[in-house]
Design a protein around this ligand. Structure first.
Ligand SMILES: O=C(O)CCC(=O)C(=O)O
Length: 254
């Protein structure tokens, strides 16, 4: 199903997120993950892969692309399943805001602190939170290896103030403390191929990976066309027509 079900629509509205099981099929995950591991582990020692530190000094890896081309990464970001889902939830014409790989290596990947994505996208010149992300698990993602955690329903707070800490943009502590009192804290367990679809104001974080397994996630974020940044603050996120491709086209891409 390309568009969200009624239940998914409602969960997105009320909880700020939902998980679509088996968003990618098993052969699709294997194809994409094998390619990603080969290419990005090779790149990991170069400046094209960023290292984000956490409070304990552990590093998590992040690869961000500025444009979606015809390679496997770009083709999945342009896949009709992601595009149609995002368009239906945002309710407007959309474009791809960013696509990135968040890589927690076994025993090494650090934590992401509590934040809203709109907390920093706003600083890039996006006026409204008509934005969302689809986080696709490429590995089993659980409490032991640092799965995503969310404060269910916290997107209704609107944008909170954020502060810059260790290269991460994190929500201001007193507001976070108040929010954790009010909203349910959920660890989002996912199987490879599952997708977490979440609103740009949903508070989320993840722990360090203290396990022997990989925890990689591919995140594609979409924005309403009329909400494109009013200033070119970054090389990514600026409006480009989204050239949607049929489901699974990335399998044939190099
Ligand atoms: O992959 C994760 O654990 C979190 C990534 C994240 O929140 C982000 O890139 O904004």
């Amino acid at each position: 199903m390309l568009v969200p079900s009624k239940e998914e629509m409602r969960a997105y509205e009320v909880d700020g997120y939902f998980v679509r099981k088996n968003f990618l099929s098993e052969p699709e995950v294997v194809d994409f993950r094998d390619h990603a591991r080969r290419q990005l582990e090779d790149e990991a020692n170069s400046s094209t892969v960023m290292e984000k530190g956490d409070k304990s000094g552990k590093k998590t890896l992040l690869k961000l692309w500025n444009h979606a081309g015809d390679d496997k990464f770009g083709m999945l970001a342009r896949d009709e399943r992601l595009a149609r889902m995002s368009e239906a939830l945002i309710g407007e014409e959309i474009y791809l805001y960013s696509h990135k790989m968040t890589m927690k290596q076994p025993r090494e990947g650090g934590a992401w602190e509590w934040h809203q994505d709109f907390g920093y996208w706003y600083n890039n010149g996006c006026l409204s939170p008509e934005m969302l992300s689809i986080w696709i698990a490429l590995d089993l993602s659980n409490k032991a290896n640092g799965c995503l955690q969310v404060l269910k329903g916290s997107h209704i707070l609107g944008r909170l103030d954020h502060v810059r800490e260790n290269g991460q943009t994190n929500v201001d502590k007193p507001y976070l403390d108040a929010a954790t009192e009010r909203f349910e804290h959920v660890y989002v367990d996912m199987n490879p191929g599952d997708a977490l679809v979440f609103h740009s104001n949903l508070l989320h974080r993840s722990d360090a990976n203290n396990s022997d397994t990989y925890r990689w996630g591919y995140i594609c974020s979409y924005n309403a066309v009329h909400n494109a940044p009013f200033t070119r603050a970054r090389e990514y996120g600026n409006y480009e027509e989204l050239k949607i491709v049929p489901a699974g086209s990335f399998m044939a891409a190099g």
